[in-house]
Design a protein. Sequence first.
Length: 299
Amino acid sequence: MPRDYLDTLESEAIYILRETAAQFERPALLFSGGKDSITLVHLALKAFRPGRLPFPLVHIDTGHNFPEALAFRDRLAVALGEQLIVRYVEDTIQSKNLQDGTGKFASRNALQTHTLLDTVSEFAFDACIGGARRDEEKARAKERIFSVRDEFGQWNPKLQRPELWQLYNGRIHKGENVRVFPISNWTELDVWRYLEREQIALPSIYFAHERDVIEYESQLIAVSPFIRLDPSDQITRRRVRYRTVGDMTCTAAVASEAATIADIIGEIACTRISERGETRIDDRVSEAAMEDRKKNGYF
């Protein structure tokens, strides 16, 4: 069978994962049960099976996650027999006396950073592998594949290491750590085509289903205990799916009848709006919302 571009992307990602295992002492793979981190786990299995993965799966649970994604996360970890570490933002709020989010869509994204940095410190992780892609959001496109964070977990987009000829420099000082992005050169469409080719299972939330939603600024937001319903809100039953799986407080659904991956690929191929641009409420706070969070330690 002739080699296609998905083979090239897969080969690069596997190479990055193996480089990460070779260069770092205590790496971890951040795993939320979303499609990008599921793709990473599949790539890691290709890179290291029949042996065990050389890193645990780690999830920072905000308490506002979609239950479908959490159930899938737990099932997959058990099926693979791999270690799953879960740390909770709610525990951080209690232990550090932090102020929880307020407002109609009270996001915990900023608070999630505290829990992530505490988890990195708790387990002395020197590398955290994540499923960020360059086409998600413009701040993501500034990252290198090996992206260094200082001893405070912060990121400086002006201090990026060159990565020529696929040479990745994992040398860090004590207290620093690296965020690793093996699918940085993939697009949303690449991920879906790879999921289809590899026949990878996904949470049901990615496919069309009926859900109670409210329409807010042209976005469809799931009704849940984590959002504040106002008297003017009209709850309707709509057939929707999710392009990305963040918190229920900050992730919008899209109207869809897509029941298969092939259907989803057809929809994405026709859209001109990015995944996060269409569905992430928190990215609308300002043009630099994601970059500001990343500078403070967000993934």
